[in-house]
Design a protein around this ligand. Structure first.
Ligand SMILES: [Zn+2]
Length: 160
């Protein structure tokens, strides 16, 4: 019998599940995949280069629905993913934010906070996001994002 945790359950209509199963779309942004977690760059347009996303592989709304195995594994993955954002960007701090409204599937935003950029401070980062989404602020340079994704894959290939 197959371990249900090793066979992520997809939910029809969920954008995160769809992305995980769309090899062409995810291949541009995927950094690291393991049985319970998928670490990826924010898709284009990206608000900031180095804005990563930590997704549960299984369709679940948030930590309240974690299995014991997911609960035990979340901390180490969060620590590694956050450290990776800092290594890639040289940022001062890394925010971890999950709303789960765009898709009711845990996708944690790992956001670089730069001490010399007030636009990345606390809730202002939400304004930055909306400004990019509405076109009043340019998104991150796609070339820069591609370089960071490559670097991130090199780093995570050394994990374990
Ligand atoms: Zn899902």
């Amino acid at each position: 019998m197959t371990d249900p945790l090793l066979t992520p359950v997809s939910q029809p209509g969920c954008g995160v599940c769809r992305l995980h199963n769309d090899q062409e779309a995810i291949s541009r942004f995927e950094i690291h995949r393991e049985p319970l977690w998928l670490l990826r760059h924010h898709p284009l347009p990206a608000p900031l280069a180095g804005w990563l996303m930590l997704d549960a592989r299984r369709h679940l709304g948030g930590p309240i629905e974690f299995s014991a195995e997911e609960a035990a594994g979340f901390g180490p993955m969060l620590q590694r993913g956050s450290s990776l954002v800092r290594e890639l960007t040289g940022c001062d701090r890394v925010y971890a934010i999950a709303f789960g409204e765009g898709a009711r599937h845990l996708h944690l935003h790992l956001i670089p906070r730069f001490g010399d950029d007030p636009a990345t401070e606390a809730w202002r980062v939400a304004d930055l996001y909306r400004a990019m989404a509405s076109g009043t602020r340019p998104p991150a340079d796609p070339q820069e994002v591609a370089v960071l994704v490559r670097q991130a894959r090199e780093q995570t290939a050394l994990w374990r």
